[in-house]
Design a protein around this ligand. Structure first.
Ligand code: KG4
Ligand code: ZN
Length: 326
């Protein structure tokens, strides 16, 4: 089965063709990072317009790279949500148009199901059940994945998502958008450290709270003369503190569920220091390659394949949803 996956939930216009949920034939992406950089973050209306301009070209390029015609595609999978409503509607409307014109099934994919599925593309042997930790710009949530598409929520952030906290700390340290990779690069230069609050919440809780740590970074930066040494020290201490929390919570999740198979997904999973820290756990950890950690069309096609197998089709009355439960 060849699935065309379309993703436009935020600032990437992305399309990919994936075979049987596991093999990428082509994956094309237009990133809006340079467009939003002057504003220090994603401007939803500008993002919507850019998706409108780019989606046709991205899908055509994706077909060309795979050497396929639209007629070769068996189904169209598209991100329904969560995300920015305008950007989501662009991808959804385009996918509906294709589905109607080609008389091919339309499949609605949850963005986070897509992030988890990026691991199916990277690890052919990976199958549920497993523990999933999604660390993106909008989510920091633990799930027990019992079967394809079957998620039991175990806990999640009560305030900022980890990626969001990285972006805010980046702004405090006067780094450009998107902040995550900038904080990671700056942290590598650190030769001093700061003590930040390691917020663990209740002993038994699989929830996170990152906003206090971010505020502690802000308070320290307000109090000090900020030179290169202080900036890199704060970046590194923020990473070390939050990743140590992530590691300890993962250990707790393993204890609670008895699961030793762990899938990490979402943009923050591209952080190399996080990967190092998680290696200390007595678990089999799956983290996708950098190319498919952040938003892409292939992950949507992969998740869509397993919905196709379940005959879980969407109708042409499908609507986008900025907040969508998994
Ligand atoms: O999954 P994603 O591409 O989009 C959402 O679904 O949100 O994640 C984007 C988030 C941003 O907050 C970005 O700063 C963060 O992932 N991120 C990182 C790194 N690369 C991206 N955070 C820490 N270290 C990185 N290397
Ligand atoms: Zn994402």
């Amino acid at each position: 089965m060849l699935i065309l996956g379309i993703e436009t939930s935020c600032d990437e216009t992305a399309a990919a063709i994936v075979e049987d949920g596991r093999k990428i034939h082509s994956s094309v992406l237009h990133s809006q990072i340079p467009i939003h950089r002057p504003y220090g973050g994603v401007v939803p209306e500008i993002a919507s317009r850019s998706h409108v301009e780019r989606i046709e070209g991205v899908v055509r390029e994706c077909l060309a790279q795979a050497g396929k015609d639209l007629e070769d595609i068996d189904a169209i999978a598209v991100t329904q949500g969560p995300g920015l409503i305008g950007p989501l509607l662009v991808g959804l409307s385009y996918a509906k148009g294709l589905s109607y014109a080609l008389k091919k099934p339309l499949i609605a994919v949850h963005h986070l199901d897509g992030h988890v599925a990026s691991n199916y593309l990277a690890f052919p042997e990976l199958e549920p059940p497993f523990l999933a930790l999604i660390l993106s710009g909008g989510h920091s949530h633990f799930y027990l994945v019992e079967d394809y598409g079957q998620y039991e929520l175990l806990g999640g952030t009560r305030d900022d998502a980890l990626g969001e906290a990285f972006d805010k700390v980046a702004r405090i340290l006067e780094l450009p958008y998107p902040g995550g990779p900038e904080v990671e690069a700056l942290a590598k230069k650190a030769n001093i450290g700061f003590i930040l609050p390691k917020t663990m919440l209740e002993k038994d809780s699989l929830d996170f709270s990152f906003s206090g740590i971010k505020s502690a970074v802000k308070n320290l930066s307000d109090k000090m003369e900020m030179g290169e040494e202080e900036r890199s020290g704060l970046a590194s201490s923020f990473q070390e503190t939050t990743f140590s929390i992530v590691k300890d919570k993962l250990a707790l999740a393993m204890e609670k569920t008895g699961q030793k198979k762990i899938v990490i997904a979402g943009g923050v999973a591209s952080n190399m220091r996080l990967r190092e820290v998680l290696e200390e756990l007595d678990a089999k950890i799956y983290v996708p390659p950098l190319s498919i950690c952040t938003d892409n069309g292939a992950m949507i096609a992969a998740a869509g394949y397993y919905k196709l197998l379940r005959k879980d089709y969407a109708g042409l009355d499908l609507n986008a949803s900025a907040n969508l439960d998994l």
